[in-house]
Ligand binder design. Structure first.
Ligand SMILES: C[S@@+](CC[C@H](N)C(=O)[O-])C[C@H]1O[C@@H](n2cnc3c(N)ncnc32)[C@H](O)[C@@H]1O
Length: 181
């Protein structure tokens, strides 16, 4: 089993960018929706002291891989990986200081109104939602970001966006959303 630093080195650029962008603090309580293999979970958990990350994914293969990757963080109580669909997962309301998703299509496929309403209820006062994406060209990100921002604003969030162009024209995007009241 590779140690934590070897796992961190193997993390993909977009997940490192996501974790840097969120400026994870030692006391944060985070929810990751669609954690995949749990690379971001490892990066986040390494920064936590009193905080905690709950990561969910609806694919059993992904939660198994994420659980294996994060065994030490799970043992210490810093990370929890759950096989669950966001829409029906049993999660505490007004608890999470940061909720995030990296490359999860629920934000740009159809109307995620119900899901975004739920995210708002799960955020602690002062909490923020981060929607990250990576696309192969600059054409799609702008359309995706614009439609996701529209959706978030309609659900009572104010939003800011940031983008970074990687090699070969790949684009990383982040929408940071804060409840307006
Ligand atoms: C493209 S993968 C991205 C994985 C990882 N975040 C990354 O950046 O590599 C999207 C993941 O989100 C999960 N997912 C999509 N919709 C979901 C939902 N509504 N609830 C839980 N997991 C979901 C999928 O099972 C999949 O593992």
């Amino acid at each position: 089993m590779p140690d934590a630093s070897a796992q961190a080195l193997a993390a993909t650029y977009r997940q490192r960018w996501a974790v840097e962008t969120m400026a994870v603090a030692p006391h944060d309580r985070l929810l990751e929706i669609g954690c995949g293999r749990g690379v971001a979970v490892s990066l986040v958990a390494s920064r936590l002291v009193t905080g905690r990350i709950v990561a969910i994914d609806r694919a059993a293969t992904m939660t198994r891989l994420a659980t294996e990757r994060n065994a030490s963080h799970i043992r210490s109580g810093t990370a929890e990986i759950r096989l669950a669909e966001f829409e029906s997962a049993d999660l505490p309301t007004r608890y999470f200081t940061k909720i995030f998703a990296v490359n999860v299509n629920l934000f740009w496929l159809g109307a995620a109104t119900r899901q975004i309403h739920r995210m708002r209820n799960l955020l602690a006062p002062g909490g923020r939602l981060y929607v990250f994406g990576e696309r192969p060209t600059s054409a799609h990100p702008v359309a995706n970001v614009t439609s996701t921002e529209r959706l978030l604003r309609a659900q009572g969030f104010s939003t800011t966006r940031s983008m970074e162009v990687r090699g070969q024209g790949r684009v990383l995007t982040c929408i940071t959303a804060t409840p307006t009241s």
